[in-house]
Design a protein. Structure first.
Length: 318
């Protein structure tokens, strides 16, 4: 646990900040430059996407930044009401930014490849620190998931998240859905891209300046630690994905999270993407031919086939 001046498990604050700063591990640019490049590139991609893909923007599912942009397959018409009765798969994406930066508009570009493959894409925003606590963010993503399931009750839902967004998606696996059992039935897969699942190492770092977590709250909001005490409430295929040029700590956490899921017989896989860093792994998904993009869509297609064969379309409860 925390060891006073020595930080987490005897590691110094400097060590922890180095290993929990993904930008410091990029091989293509300096730390500040790779972040600036990522923001600029993603915003450019997303602006183009919003102009070319059918979508509904700024749909409120909560207060303030709790909004989502929903994009629809390009081969269908723009009568969005018709999609509610379809069984078209929905990919919901939660952005990263260490729970204190970023926004949904920056990642609208991910819908480009997904809609071309015939899926609906829901790009989700949420309130950030310091205005919002991490617990509030978890509650908001729960609300976003429920909103999408209610809006598309016949669709298979797949959750995807990058960095902090991967953590928030993973928290859905340990959320209490007892009052909404149709949610856990509707979620058919998760794609956790370069996530962090144990928050205790960041408590003593700059990352926590705005989050203001203590050991207890960090443990309560760490899906990996929660799974040491209880089984997941959503059991679906999980793909834990990391980048070659990333922090060994992020890579370790993703591998351990996939392993703990396997101990509960949850189908989980661990994939390391060669030649990319923490930011490039998501930037490359603008291209429908990107390997990770194709792997995600492969799972979506496979799970859809399983539902059809077994006639297990989830009951919406509506």
């Amino acid at each position: 646990m925390m060891d006073g001046k020595e930080g987490f498990h005897g590691k110094s604050k400097d060590w922890l900040e180095q290993y929990y700063s993904p930008s410091r591990w990029s091989k293509r640019m300096k730390a500040d430059e790779v972040v600036e490049h990522h923001i600029k590139l993603c915003n450019e991609y997303s602006e183009t996407t919003r102009q070319s893909v059918n979508g509904e923007l700024s749909i409120a599912y909560g207060e303030k930044k709790a909004k989502m942009d929903i994009f629809y397959p390009t081969l269908m018409n723009a009568d969005y009401t018709g999609y509610a009765d379809s069984a078209i798969p929905v990919l919901l994406f939660v952005h990263g930014g260490y729970w204190q930066a970023g926004g949904r508009k920056m990642y609208d570009f991910l819908s480009n490849a997904w809609t071309k493959a015939g899926c609906i894409a829901a790009i989700v925003g949420y309130n950030l620190a310091p205005e919002a606590s991490l617990q509030q963010m978890v509650t908001e993503i729960q609300a976003a998931v429920k909103f999408v399931v209610n809006r598309f009750p016949k669709s298979n839902l797949f959750l995807s998240g990058h960095s902090a967004g991967a953590h928030l998606c993973a928290m859905m696996m340990v959320s209490d859905w007892s009052k909404d059992p149709f949610i856990s039935q509707a979620v058919c897969g998760m794609f956790l891209i370069s996530g962090v699942f144990d928050l205790l190492p960041i408590v003593g770092t700059y990352v926590n300046d705005e989050l203001k977590l203590d050991e207890d709250s960090a443990a309560r909001l760490s899906p990996q630690r929660i799974l040491m005490k209880m089984s997941p409430t959503i059991c679906c295929p999980v793909m834990a994905v990391v980048e070659e040029h990333g922090s060994p700590e992020f890579i370790r956490q993703s591998k351990e999270f996939a392993d703990i899921l396997k101990s509960y017989n949850v189908p989980s896989s661990f994939i390391e993407m060669p030649g990319v860093d923490h930011f490039g792994i998501i930037e490359n998904m603008i291209n429908p031919e990107d390997y990770l993009c194709k792997q995600i869509l492969k799972v979506v297609e496979e799970e859809g086939g399983k539902r059809k064969k077994t006639d297990e379309i989830p009951n919406s409860g509506l």
